[in-house]
Design a protein around this ligand. Structure first.
Ligand code: ZN
Length: 342
């Protein structure tokens, strides 16, 4: 057992080694807290080296490019449509939206095509410049969440596969609280430490500083004074999708209550991770389904992009096909809200 720092969730010093390598076989210590089941990398990098990593290296290391490649433009725009469907469940005309970690700006591009007032925040200069120059999005701040100081607050803040990259999740939630109107909502998607869709040696990497399951993310949000309006675990990849709102009472949940919520969670997470051996994984259907899915995805991406004139043309074509359906969702939502208020 290693005693390396206090757990930010249960505030106990009870960590134990979970993994010693990253998904590429390079050394990376990942620990699990015996007090609550929160998983994190150890030691936690300092914010200076993380800022350098995200402003320069991250996308290059993660996607192998300074700018989104055509296949990423296509993939991310399709992902943006799925995200827009979730957003439109709570969006009402006139609301202001902020996307934290907006990458190449495909989600913003889609929202702006729907006449939604949407801004973004992206620490990586290459991707932020791409969004500005290729997609013409001028409402992007290049920098970190803590450097961002907009004039107005937002009705909806979205944070998609970004929260797990933040070194101080409670400080990040406090910052997000300051960006949000009192009746606003956060839409968050994060990976799930309970997922068995990847091989057990292909999970951890330097970018993901924390790994949550539905129980630890729930407790962390409560600790920060937020409540969960909706939580769903996606089929297949088991990602956790959340709609989060401020608690009516501004008091954050007391530590003793949180520790009570977390009893047994360490054993749950440890058992899931220990059961998911490489042998079990390759004897299951998951890896073969994944390979087949990837083959179909790569072929579709190649066919959709190989003759495209520009990244913008790819994004526009994918967006245009979805816009009539998304517009109907805005109208249906507005109608439902009108009936509710009558
Ligand atoms: Zn803990």
């Amino acid at each position: 057992m290693s005693e390396t720092g206090i757990c930010p969730l249960c505030e106990q010093q009870l960590s134990e080694l979970l993994s010693t390598t990253d998904r590429h076989g390079r050394p990376l210590r990942t620990i699990i807290c015996r007090g609550c089941g929160l998983v994190r990398i150890d030691p936690m990098p300092d914010s200076g080296s993380l800022n350098d990593f995200y402003s320069h290296d991250y996308r290059l290391q993660y996607k192998g490019a300074w700018h989104p490649r055509p296949k990423h433009v296509y993939r991310d725009t399709r992902g943006a449509i799925m995200r827009a469907r979730r957003l439109l469940e709570i969006y009402r005309p006139g609301m202001k939206v902020l996307d934290i970690g907006c990458g190449g700006g495909f989600f913003l591009h889609l929202l702006r095509s729907l006449s939604i007032d949407a801004s973004g925040l992206e620490p990586n200069r290459g991707y932020a410049d791409f969004a500005r120059n290729e997609l013409g999005i001028d409402s992007i701040f290049t920098g970190t969440l803590h450097e961002y100081a907009p004039d107005n607050r937002f009705d909806i803040v979205t944070i998609n596969h970004v929260f797990e990259h933040l070194p101080d999740p409670l400080a990040a939630l406090a910052r997000m609280r300051g960006l949000l109107k009192d009746d606003g909502a956060i839409i968050m998607e994060i990976p799930n430490i309970e997922s068995t869709s990847h091989a057990p040696n292909r999970i951890f990497h330097y970018g993901h500083l924390y790994w949550y399951n539905p129980i630890t993310i729930h407790a962390l949000l409560q600790k920060a004074g937020f409540g969960i309006a909706d939580m769903a675990v996606a089929r297949g990849n088991e990602h956790i999708n959340l709609v989060i709102r401020l608690q009516p009472e501004t008091e954050a949940t007391a530590l003793g209550i949180l520790r009570g919520m977390l009893i047994g969670n360490y054993h749950r997470v440890r058992a899931i991770r220990d059961r998911h051996t490489r042998l079990r994984h390759y004897l299951s259907r998951a890896p073969y389904r994944r390979i087949l899915g990837k083959c179909l995805q790569y072929s579709r991406e190649f066919l959709a992009t190989w003759r495209a004139r520009s990244p913008r043309a790819i994004a526009d074509r994918v967006c245009q096909a979805a816009i009539p359906e998304l517009r109907r969702r805005i109208l249906t939502g507005a109608e439902a809200a009108k009936h509710k208020s009558l």
